[in-house]
Design a protein around this ligand. Structure first.
Ligand code: ADA
Ligand code: CA
Length: 367
């Protein structure tokens, strides 16, 4: 053995001994397992599957793609994008499936703790929300206006009733909490929630059904007509088993003055969004998984004229009755990955350039 080789052997032994020592460090961050950025090298082209030409030129099939077969959507494997989105930064809520047996603490990799404690409904939502004001002065002004003028009084909740009910106030879900609607159907009181019930439902300043604080999750809810502003997501949110039978101005969105982050919308369906289903006005990593939709302007819209980074992963998504685009963005930093994506446009003619509308072809890849 050469001197060099023996030194190497000693170093290897030292390293092995060191690696096996118990560590007081926090569990490994899931960042370590993050997949490469979406749309990176050598985009594989825009090969999402359109439905058959006959369907494409055929009549509109309202409801056909999302006729409530959510059972078939459940239990699909997660796509490999950006780690496990359910392990969100700052979320202290037990992640679905991670609590069984109590062994999660050592076996589940978790994000390092973030500053700030998870919220609860003891705290005044406005106080909690003011603590989340953006640093940028202009955005902070808009945010304050949003809090005081657009939202109205908030009702804080962490669970639904399982029944059909009418709401007159936006439901605020605190940081890190999971609101489980237990299958409830919520209907906004149009007058109280400022909902636009005129054709297209596009008025500004409608109220959302839900405001999800950073790290909050929402599941098992039907958001009925009028759809109003749907769900406002501040960032690092998961939406699961949500049905929008008739979306309003949009079904769910991230405002420009929210922090953004990882957003997952899964095992859900949305219909009748005259303009867009999901709107993103701040940088996000979005995963839409096991989603069925029909009759919409766009499935995803990055706010017009913005150039921030937006990564979108569409995994097992079927949309029909699409008028304008599956994804539309003006940003050179919008990246789309897709897997098992099926779409059907309304009307006739070749809509190939509308699937990922105004997005550089090199930013789109199939996996
Ligand atoms: C429209 C509007 C934007 C923004 C967006 C939204 O696209 O032009 O300014 O309000 O809706 O967030 O829903
Ligand atoms: Ca909106």
């Amino acid at each position: 053995m050469t001197k060099c080789a023996s030194q190497l052997a000693i170093m290897t032994l030292l390293f092995a001994a060191c690696a096996s020592e118990p560590s007081s460090e926090p569990a490994e961050s899931s960042h370590a397992t993050q997949a490469p950025a979406a749309g990176g090298a050598g985009a594989a082209g825009q090969t999402a599957r359109p439905m058959t030409p006959m369907q494409q030129t055929g009549t509109q099939t309202a409801g056909a793609a999302g006729s409530g077969n959510t059972s078939a959507l459940a239990g699909r494997a997660a796509a490999p994008m950006g780690g496990d989105v359910t392990q969100v930064a700052g979320s202290a809520a037990p992640v679905a499936g991670a609590s069984a047996g109590g062994a999660g603490a050592t076996e589940q990799p978790t994000e390092p703790a973030q500053p700030g404690t998870p919220g609860n409904c003891e705290q005044d939502p406005l106080v909690a929300l003011r603590g989340l004001a953006p640093a940028d002065e202009e955005l902070a002004k808009d945010y304050e206006k949003y809090l005081t003028e657009e939202l109205g009084t908030l009702s804080c909740a962490m669970a639904g009733t399982g029944n059909a009910r009418t709401i007159t106030q936006t439901i605020y879900v605190p940081s890190g909490a999971t609101y489980d609607g237990r299958g409830e159907t919520l209907t906004a009181d149009a007058a109280a929630m400022n909902c636009d019930t005129s054709d297209g439902e596009q008025a500004e300043s409608q109220r959302p059904y839900f405001l999800l604080a950073p790290g909050a999750q929402l599941k098992n809810v039907t958001i009925a007509y009028p759809g109003c502003e749907g769900v406002h997501m501040m960032g690092d949110n998961v939406l699961e088993h949500i049905t929008w039978p008739d979306a309003g101005e949009d079904a769910a969105s991230v405002r420009s003055y929210f922090r953004g982050g990882k957003i997952t919308i899964k095992d859900s369906e949305g219909h009748k969004a005259a303009d867009k289903m999901f709107q993103f006005n701040a940088p996000c990593e979005v995963r839409i998984e096991n989603f069925q939709g029909s009759d919409m302007g766009k499935l995803v819209r990055q706010n017009g004229g913005t150039e921030f980074e937006l990564k979108i992963d569409l995994n097992n998504v079927t949309v029909s009755g699409v008028i304008s685009a599956v994804v539309q963005s003006d940003s050179p930093l919008c990246y789309v990955r897709h897997h098992e994506l099926s779409y059907m446009f309304t009307g006739s003619g070749d809509k190939a350039d509308r699937v990922f509308r105004d997005i550089p072809a090199a930013n789109v890849s199939e996996y």
